[in-house]
Design a protein around this ligand. Structure first.
Ligand code: AP5
Ligand code: MG
Length: 218
């Protein structure tokens, strides 16, 4: 696919495959992936001021306050690498975040990956992530070649501490209450692409690529 510019938002519940599909697009098309969740987890790991502020919120499965999240994305979108293209993986997650984004950038489309709640629990409780490079695995659907070791960089795989069943339920509640209204928000602007996120990742990626063209400037 030959793209001049591709500014996208990835929507969808926890475990919908936002990280998986955006990493495939980053590798195959060179589009920068910006994940607010990854940025917060790095801050927690490095015990920065931001990390100390958000640690308990992430552990409980709640949402980080809008003004903090918006400030981080506003700063990140000022970097030169995202002038033409980006995928925002997990931002915006509330209507105020979407309205703030509209004031400093114009996304081409919001892609909503639809997945049923029962599949989400299966996906998240089986997820393993590389501590070193962030590659995403699944104990059943995408196991590493060697147990607990990243195929790509040899790093150690771990289970995110918000992937426990109780926390997943809190994240799903936050999603239904705060984030789901964004589907109507972007549909109303004629910028919503809905993709079935339940087949295997390669099928989801192929569907995404075949459908996204009509939202992009020629
Ligand atoms: P974040 O890291 O964004 O978590 P999330 O939205 O809950 O999404 P996940 O990363 O859990 O799921 P995903 O859709 O990326 O799925 P993945 O590809 O990994 O946010 C974490 C926290 O940060 C939030 O709870 C909040 O506190 C805070 N935060 C972040 N952004 C914020 C914001 N804007 N405002 C406020 N707070 C914010 O896939 C999951 C598993 O399924 C993997 O094991 C994968 O291998 C497997 N899988 C994926 N796709 C497929 C497929 N097609 N077939 C089979 N298996 C698959
Ligand atoms: Mg993710």
């Amino acid at each position: 696919m030959n793209i001049q510019s591709m500014k996208l938002i990835f929507l969808g519940p926890p475990g919908a495959g936002k990280g998986t599909i955006s990493k495939m697009a980053a590798e195959r098309l060179g589009v920068p992936q910006i994940s607010t969740g990854d940025m917060f987890r790095t801050a927690v790991k490095e015990k920065t001021e931001l990390g100390l502020r958000v640690q308990a919120i992430l552990a409980a499965g709640g949402l980080v306050p809008d003004e903090l999240t918006i400030a981080i994305i506003r700063e990140r979108l000022s970097w030169p690498d995202v002038r033409q293209s980006y995928i925002l993986d997990g931002f915006p997650r509330t209507i105020p975040q979407a309205e703030a984004l509209a004031a400093f950038s114009s996304p081409d489309a919001a892609v909503d990956f639809e997945v049923r709640d029962d599949l989400i629990l299966f996906r998240l409780t089986g997820r393993r992530v590389c501590r070193a490079c962030g590659a995403i695995y699944h104990a059943v659907t995408k196991p590493p070649k060697v147990d607990s070791i990243c195929d790509l960089c040899g790093g150690e795989l771990y289970t995110r501490n918000d992937d426990r069943e109780e926390t997943v339920k809190a994240r799903l509640r936050a999603y239904h209450e705060e984030t789901e209204p964004l589907i109507g928000y972007y549909a109303g602007k004629g910028r919503l692409l809905t993709i079935d996120g339940s087949p295997d990742a390669e099928t989801v990626y192929t569907t995404f690529i075949s459908e996204i063209g009509r939202f992009l400037k020629k």
